[in-house]
Design a binder for this molecule. Structure first.
Ligand code: ADP
Length: 489
């Protein structure tokens, strides 16, 4: 029965009862007016009429109370149930169903509600399964990459990690996913080394990050030693305004460079062996040349002398190059051993000048020395290596200066306790674009006509850095260059 019929029926019954009550009252009144109220004939009639009035009145009151109690509840309860069910749906409980059978209207409402809940449940299940499928797909892609990858959010929580990375850091997936990388790093050295780039770790010594970034990471996993290059990527996505980018986290990628490292070390060994092997025949050539120059075995004519000089010059160059290559292989293979001793800077300067005298005379370059009159601290350094660096810088200054030019070599003490040794020329200078690259192996400024290997400055920097010093350049095109080596006094 619907609510309207229920209400109509209840009100109809009440109206009928009231009508009956009125009729009975009228009958009672007629009896009273037709007969003498105290007469015996009126007594039973009156009593019957009064009894009916009481009965009907009581029934009216009962029905009224019944309606007062039941009617609001029959509407209120289903509405409450409906409100609760809507709240459940809002809380993503899509399994909620309604059973309202108190009236036709409410059973219709519950039927429609249940239909809506069912649709929402199906939709949710399908989007959830779609999302799960996409997540699985992404995980499969990440896992199929055979280089270790770790994804972190801004709070340094590990969001994803592939099997390769788990293998390398030697942890299980459930130990890392959704866990703080900082917490894990307290008991995992490798992870600590990896995230050091992204966060400051309390208690960690401050390291030269630039230098560390260049060095490959050595990892011992699967019973073998591997080398990895670490790459950091910052993940950003468009913010709410769709324009500004919001940082969402980081991705750490490790590239396995073991193969290249092995090839590189094979190359270093090869260069080192060849350079070593070449030194003996070159020395023999130079000795033979010295004999040729000796008048005792016969005088050379002018043409022969020119040829002998050219052979000598080229042999010296070859010897220089093999020396440079040997030095480079020493640094690359990590076999560079310093033999430090107390040295006066002026002695190193004098050595460099002596080594370059012939070349300077050849191009008529004037070498000036700038050395303070007051006492300058001594150096505790491998004098052979530092002298080699100064010789190389001076040789460059001479080679890259115009004929009849001048170069300055000198040393000074700084207030903060360093010795700076410098070589200055007034040659063509170096384009600022190349100030960094000239210190790379084999790099030569494009268009450089003077012969060279591109190794001198890179070896020089390695030698100076091995002494915890710095080698820098200050140069302007057309004005010349100044190379400064800074070492702790
Ligand atoms: P090399 O001189 O044997 O080529 P270096 O490593 O000593 O190798 O120098 C690298 C490059 O830097 C040189 O090829 C040259 O182009 C540039 N360079 C070095 N020193 C000077 C200088 N004093 N003036 C101008 N250019 C220089």
């Amino acid at each position: 029965m619907n609510i309207k019929s229920k209400l109509t029926l209840a009100i109809g019954i009440l109206v009928a009862m009231i009508v009956l009550l009125v009729v009975l009252s009228v009958v009672n009144l007629q009896i009273l007016t037709a007969t003498e109220p105290d007469s015996p004939a009126a007594g039973p009639g009156l009593q019957r009429a009064l009894l009916w009035i009481y009965v009907v009145g009581a029934a009216c009151i009962c029905i009224g109370i019944g309606m007062w109690l039941r009617l609001p509840a029959s509407i209120d309860n289903p509405i409450k149930e409906l409100t609760n069910a809507i709240q459940e749906i809002a809380n993503h409980n899509y399994e909620k169903r309604l059973e309202l059978n108190s009236s036709e209207e409410f059973s219709e409402v519950s039927k429609n509600f249940n239909r809506m809940a069912k649709r929402l449940e199906d939709y949710h299940a399908s989007t959830l399964s779609d999302m799960m499928a996409s997540k699985k797909y992404m995980e499969t892609i990440i896992n199929s990459i055979n280089e270790p990858i770790i994804g972190l959010n801004n709070d340094m929580e590990i969001l994803f990690i592939n099997d390769e990375a788990l293998n390398v850091i030697n942890l299980k997936r459930e130990e890392v996913i959704k866990h703080s990388a900082q917490d894990i790093s307290l008991r995992n050295d490798l992870l600590r080394r990896l995230i050091r780039e992204l966060v400051e770790i309390p208690g960690e010594p401050v390291k030269d990050k630039e230098k560390e970034k260049k060095e490959p990471l050595k990892i011992y996993a699967d019973n073998k030693e591997s080398f990895f290059q670490v790459k950091y990527m910052s993940i950003s996505q468009p913010g709410k305004d769709g324009v500004t980018m919001e940082k969402k986290g980081h991705v750490i990628m490790l590239k396995n460079i073991t193969e290249f490292k092995e090839l590189d070390s094979a190359k270093t060994t090869f260069i080192s062996t060849i350079s070593h092997e070449l030194k003996t025949p070159i020395s023999a050539i130079m000795m033979s040349l010295q004999l040729l120059e000796d008048q005792r075995i016969g005088a050379l004519n002018e043409e022969q002398e020119d040829l002998a000089n050219s052979i000598k010059e080229n042999s010296e160059r070859l010897l220089n190059i093999t020396g440079e290559l040997l030095n480079m292989t020493q640094v690359e293979s990590g076999k560079l051993q310093l033999k430090p001793k107390i040295t006066k800077p002026i002695e190193l300067i004098e050595y460099a000048i002596k080594a370059n005298r012939v070349q300077a005379e050849k191009f008529n370059i004037q070498i000036e020395v700038e050395y303070p009159d007051d006492k300058i601290s001594r150096l505790f350094a491998d004098s052979e290596k530092i002298a080699w660096v100064l010789t190389n810088l001076l040789s460059n200054a001479i080679r890259y200066s115009p004929e009849n030019g001048r170069v300055i070599i000198g040393a000074r003490q700084t207030d903060d306790g360093f010795i700076e040794m410098f070589v200055r020329d007034f040659g063509k200078g170096i384009d600022p674009r190349y100030h960094k690259s000239i210190f790379d192996h084999y790099f030569r400024v494009p268009g450089t006509k003077v012969q060279g290997s591109g190794l001198g400055l890179s070896i020089s920097r390695d030698f100076v850095e091995a002494h915890n010093g710095t080698l820098t350049v200050d140069s302007k095109l057309g004005e010349g260059s100044t190379f400064v080596m800074r070492l702790k006094a």
